[in-house]
Design a protein around this ligand. Structure first.
Ligand code: FCB
Length: 469
């Protein structure tokens, strides 16, 4: 997510939680069919970037470019998960997680000519096989930002052809892994790929032009729409969806101009992605913010993009308070005295509830929802072999309560994945920001279970016996 790497973290307002995770009686979280899982992504944990035929990705290139990532960190080793995956899956199992969301590294599984790379594919087959043995549901994201560099060299997501290359990749993976995946997710957060990658330059490939962003997004969504029928044909037993990051925008004052600014913030963050997927149109307000940035859309594209989904993944982290910029846009007005995380992001659970109910009202055909990411970074340290993370415990409880509130208000939410299983490579912030419920010592690769994970695990175990149907 976007954040100035120079901004100083502020976690002064740590909340002290009760030392238990147990939701109140009557909470939907007691339902045994509400899935509780953990999430990761390939480039953030795997390492082994040149092993077994893996090709370079845009994040290898970007992180090797001086000044792009805090402290010059790269994903070259990360959590060394490529070599430690068995122990990491044991960890998931010991923490009682019922589902695991991970991503497949496109540059690991296909060569530059689009031919399968058996060694890379085998890695994911072994991983999925072990998840099945353990009875853990598998949610596989096809694209969590690691575009093969050779495709970027041909224009990346600015090149319409990349959408077809993505569909080929989805076709190959769903043939190879058919029957092993419970839920396929085509793209993770296309907003970030398009806006941060091509619009602001904070993420790979580092281009900065809003017209590039809208065109890149169109091609990303087209790739998604082309992939869905391939996934359906090859792996009919699995659910198919996409993952969108969403942002809550609130007005700094009740003035009509500020209310409009908050609306435009949500158009830019949410409707830009969700309208084409769910309604087959781009929101016209977007081009009030970005005049002249309409993407080139060919006949039939919007129908392809709005192919029906089995579920929608929602990633939520924080809200942004905004006011009118005096013209057609919004500017952020950071609030004082609010709780923030190590990222400087405001802790605002109501935003998750309000967005979910808002989407239910806005889209007649809103598919069932999984919260595919939610969590926070804190500067966690191992002290006497333990990691206490009280701010995270309170954060998770409050956001789970917000999910329960949305369910009670009639939104069909089927599960929740904490971001993240492990501390990992947090994109432009490198290893400094720790999002894991498991601590990673990057010198030794030792994993230490944080208190938040312990409490979550205890609740999941308790739910197995005391939960409701
Ligand atoms: C999301 C990304 C995820 C992680 C979290 C903190 O935008 O999908 O990889 O970096 O933010």
């Amino acid at each position: 997510m976007i954040q100035d790497p120079a901004a100083s973290p502020n976690s002064a307002h740590t909340t002290t939680p009760d030392d238990a995770f147990t939701p109140p009686a009557g909470s939907s979280l007691w339902r045994r069919d509400f899935l509780l899982g953990a999430a990761t992504a390939s480039y953030q944990i795997e390492g082994a970037v040149a092993e077994d035929g893996r090709l370079p990705s845009i994040w290898d290139t970007f992180s090797a470019t001086p000044g792009k990532v805090l402290a010059g960190d790269t994903g070259a080793v990360a959590c060394d998960h490529y070599h430690r995956w068995e122990a990491d899956l044991d960890l998931i199992d010991n923490l009682n997680f019922e589902a695991y969301r991970f991503s497949i590294a496109w540059p690991r599984v296909m060569d530059a000519a689009g031919r399968p790379n058996a060694k890379g594919i085998d890695f994911y087959k072994r991983l999925l096989g072990r998840l099945k043995e353990k009875g853990i549901r598998a949610f596989a994201t096809l694209y969590h930002w690691d575009l093969p560099q050779h495709l970027e060299d041909r224009g990346g997501w600015l090149n319409r052809d990349t959408a077809w290359r993505f569909a080929d990749y989805a076709d190959l993976m769903s043939r190879e892994l058919a029957g092993q995946v419970d839920g396929w997710m085509t793209l993770n957060e296309p907003w970030c790929s398009a806006y941060l990658g091509y619009g602001s330059g904070h993420h790979a490939p580092g281009l900065a032009n809003v017209r590039y962003a809208t065109q890149a997004l169109h091609h990303l969504l087209l790739g998604h729409g082309l992939a869905i029928p391939a996934l359906r044909a090859n792996d009919p037993g699995s659910a198919k969806g996409i993952v969108a990051n969403v942002g809550r925008g609130t007005p700094d004052s009740p003035s009509a101009a500020d209310v409009r600014a908050a609306h435009l913030f949500e158009v830019q963050h949410n409707a830009w992605i969700l309208d084409p997927l769910l309604c087959g149109t781009y929101p016209q307000d977007l081009f009030e913010l970005w005049p002249g940035a309409e993407p080139l859309v060919l006949n039939g594209d919007m129908r392809t993009i709005s192919a029906p989904l089995d579920f929608l993944g929602i990633n939520y982290y924080f809200r942004t308070n905004v006011k009118s910029d005096g013209a057609h846009g919004f500017v952020e007005v950071p609030l004082d005295g609010v709780e923030r995380t190590q990222m400087g992001w405001e802790v605002y659970p109501d935003g998750l509830r309000d967005l979910l109910t808002g989407f239910r009202d806005a889209y007649d055909n809103l598919p069932p929802i999984y919260i595919t990411e939610n969590g926070m970074a804190s500067n966690d340290r191992v002290i006497d072999g333990r990691v206490d993370d009280p701010q995270r415990i309170a954060f998770l409880k409050r956001h789970l309560a917000a999910v329960d509130a949305a369910i009670k208000a009639g939104v069909d939410v089927r599960g929740y994945f904490v971001w993240s299983l492990l501390d990992n490579f947090e994109w432009a912030f490198g290893y400094e920001r720790r999002f894991g419920v498991v601590h990673v010592d990057y010198d030794t690769q030792k994993r230490t279970i944080k208190r938040s994970a312990e409490l979550l695990a205890r609740f999941i175990a308790e739910r197995r016996t005391r939960g409701t149907a």
